[in-house]
Design a protein around this ligand. Structure first.
Ligand code: 0RA
Length: 639
């Protein structure tokens, strides 16, 4: 439990540990307060205020006042228990003097003191003392008023009881040493901002600021009963309205520490997300922020699926989708915070990650179920973000496509035809180099162009066009067609009236044909509608008797021819296009007088597209089945 209150009896002067004297602080002030510039100067105020905040977090102090008495003097007052003034067993000096003069002395060190504090940030009042020309401390405790004065960290006498006092509390008045700091110029805005933050983070606390540097004093009071819920409202002040009617809030003690979070979604797309560990703003995030993000993504996805906002086949919302318009604060309290990174502004405690995740997940789930109308609005907003993300990605891909194809000249392996008349021109897409060679020699170069496709163009993802375009073979084909693709598609630029797919009658050939049909179906449907795409049908057999040669395009035809030819004709089964010599290829497959072309319609291509899923998809069973079935019809299996 992080917010344990220590009882008066268990905590006494003996709990204060003594580490070292104050000389090192004046030698290397940067080590203790970061810098000797304005940041460091203000750090002195935070040191003192943080101690009072600790007293407030422990449940005692209710009001903390920061006063700029003049241009060089600050006074910080709280109404906590008052720093103990009884003698310390080790130093025989008062606890108050020990805290003020010994480095790293404070209730935060050792066993019995505070369970929660700012850690490094709480290097202590002694550092402030060491870096101040004058420091005056007053303690109201046990009905008495005790005081002590210091100059550059050195006591100017004992702790003295100078009178009676009502109530309890501590006040510290100090003047930073001008020989240490580059300039002494307190920044009202900076102080107010920090005090405001602290006021949100410590529920029920009142933070008062008084600037007496001008003739008329300036007062400001922060008192937020709503705690970090009010912080969320403030973060969104002047911004877009909230999407939901109520701000989400949770506050729980866990084994890893205290967890408090508040957030809401706004119409904005900007993300405002702040993490605090022991009231210290963690600019660089850390484990608590990671836990929050995980919880958001998971909870919204789970709820969306359970309530049918996302269908089974739809993608999950991404982390970015569920963060758009998010305004929120997560504040954790740990007994041993680990601050990491260059600026010590990132929370490193791993155990807090799952604690934050679990806490927010369960509370947010409850919130969504309790406020279905808010849930609906939040999820609709996330879905819109997802849609926008996808559209942006598609637009990016279009640009990519354009870029990929731009300036590309016709592929080197394309053997183009002579005619520039699209209606007359034919493009043969041929599988493999040897078939490509035969086709180049056998063709009529006046109007027939040959594009050989080499190697495996099989592992192509149909959905991801940029991956598809990364494939050289596919790119060559698109450039050869001349129409470009997708948003850039222009049918008037088509270079060939007939696009003819000519592949072997084996499994590899089938794969390539399916891929090409899928490509046309997905990205060149216009060509299918126009009837520009064909499949060449090469013969399966050559039947020869003497000088008579006939070609058979099916088993049935072969049997018929064999019967017709008297005597004993010789039979040759073509394993691939490459086995035919150029003349045979011309005669059987390319000569418009004798060839058989099958026009591909949209339905054929659609079928191929489905087949593609089966062949390339993750499901193994249907692929096995396909290959087994086709292995029977295609005896020449070379996979
Ligand atoms: C140690 C013990 C006790 C109080 C404090 C420290 C204390 C420190 C500061 C610094 C600024 N304001 C403070 N208020 C309290 C309490 C010991 C007890 O009463 O049992």
């Amino acid at each position: 439990m992080p917010k344990e209150k220590d009882t008066g009896s268990s905590y006494s002067a003996k709990d204060i540990f003594i580490l070292e004297g104050l000389d090192p602080v004046r030698k290397r002030p940067g080590m203790y307060i970061g810098s000797t510039g304005l940041e460091g100067l203000h750090h002195l105020i935070w040191e003192i205020v943080d101690n009072s905040i600790d007293e407030a977090m422990a449940g005692y102090a209710k009001i903390i006042t920061v006063e700029l008495l003049d241009k060089t003097t600050v006074k910080v007052t709280d109404d906590g228990r008052g720093i103990p003034v009884d003698p310390h067993p080790q130093t025989k000096k008062s606890a108050l003097e020990t805290i003020m003069t010994v480095l790293h002395a404070g209730g935060k060190f050792g066993g019995g003191g505070y369970k929660v504090s700012g850690g490094l940030h709480g290097v202590g009042a002694s550092v402030v003392n060491a870096l101040s020309t004058d420091l005056h401390v007053e303690v109201k405790r046990d009905g008495g008023l005790y005081v002590q004065d210091y100059k550059i960290g050195k006591p100017q006498g004992q702790v003295k009881k100078i009178g009676k006092a009502e109530g309890t509390g501590t006040s510290t008045t100090f003047s930073p040493d001008p020989s240490i700091f580059n300039e002494i110029d307190f920044d009202r805005k900076k102080i107010l901002e920090r005090m405001r933050q602290q006021a949100y983070l410590t529920k029920g606390i009142k933070m008062i600021f008084i600037d007496r540097r001008d003739e008329t004093p300036f007062y400001y009071c922060f008192n937020f009963s709503g705690g970090i819920k009010t912080f969320v409202e403030y973060l969104n002040e002047g911004g877009e309205p909230l999407v939901q009617s109520e701000i989400f809030y949770v506050n729980r003690d866990t084994d890893a520490g205290g967890i408090e979070a508040a957030f809401a979604y706004t119409e904005d797309i900007e993300v405002k997300e702040m993490g605090f560990a022991n009231n210290i703003y963690t600019v660089d995030g850390g484990m608590h922020i990671t836990g929050l993000r995980t919880a958001l993504t998971r909870t919204l996805n789970d709820y969306s699926r359970q309530n049918n906002y996302i269908k089974e086949s739809d993608d999950n919302l991404t982390g970015d989708d569920v963060r758009e318009g998010f305004v929120g604060v997560v504040s954790v309290k740990l007994s041993e915070p680990q601050f990491e990174g260059q600026t010590k502004a990132k929370l490193g405690n791993p155990e807090i990650k799952s604690a934050v995740d679990t806490t927010i997940s369960s509370a947010f789930k409850e919130f969504l179920e309790k406020h279905p109308a808010d849930a609906k609005k939040i999820i609709e907003k996330c879905l819109l973000a997802a849609k926008a993300r996808k559209a942006a990605k598609a637009a990016k891909e279009t640009v990519l496509r354009k870029g990929v194809l731009e300036g590309l000249t016709l592929p080197g392996k394309l053997a183009d035809c002579q005619t520039k008349k699209m209606e007359d021109a034919e493009l043969y897409i041929v599988e493999g180099d040897s078939a490509g060679g035969s086709a180049k020699q056998g063709r009529d170069r006046k109007y027939q162009a040959i594009l050989p496709l080499r190697g495996k163009i099989l592992n192509v993802e149909k959905a991801q066009i940029h991956k598809m375009l990364a494939n050289n073979e596919v790119r060559s084909l698109i450039v050869a067609l001349g129409t470009a693709i997708s948003a850039e598609f222009d049918i008037t630029k088509l270079r060939y009236g007939k696009i003819i797919i000519m592949t072997d009658a084996d499994v590899d050939g089938a794969h390539i044909r399916i891929l090409l049909l899928t490509l046309f179906y997905r990205h060149f449907q216009k060509l299918l509608d126009n009837g520009n795409v064909f499949i060449a049908e090469p013969p399966l057999y050559k039947v020869q008797s003497g000088k008579t040669i006939r070609y058979a395009y099916s088993e049935q035809e072969k049997d018929d021819i064999v019967k017709l030819m008297s005597g004993n004709p010789s039979l040759q089964r073509y394993k691939g296009l490459g086995e035919m010599n150029p003349d045979q290829l011309w005669e059987t497959t390319m000569n418009p007088e004798t060839r058989t072309l099958r026009v591909v319609n949209v339905e054929d291509a659609q079928e191929a597209d489905k087949m593609f899923d089966m062949l390339m998809g993750s499901e193994v069973e249907p692929r096995k089945r396909f290959i087994t079935v086709h292995a029977q019809s295609v005896k020449n299996l070379d996979i």
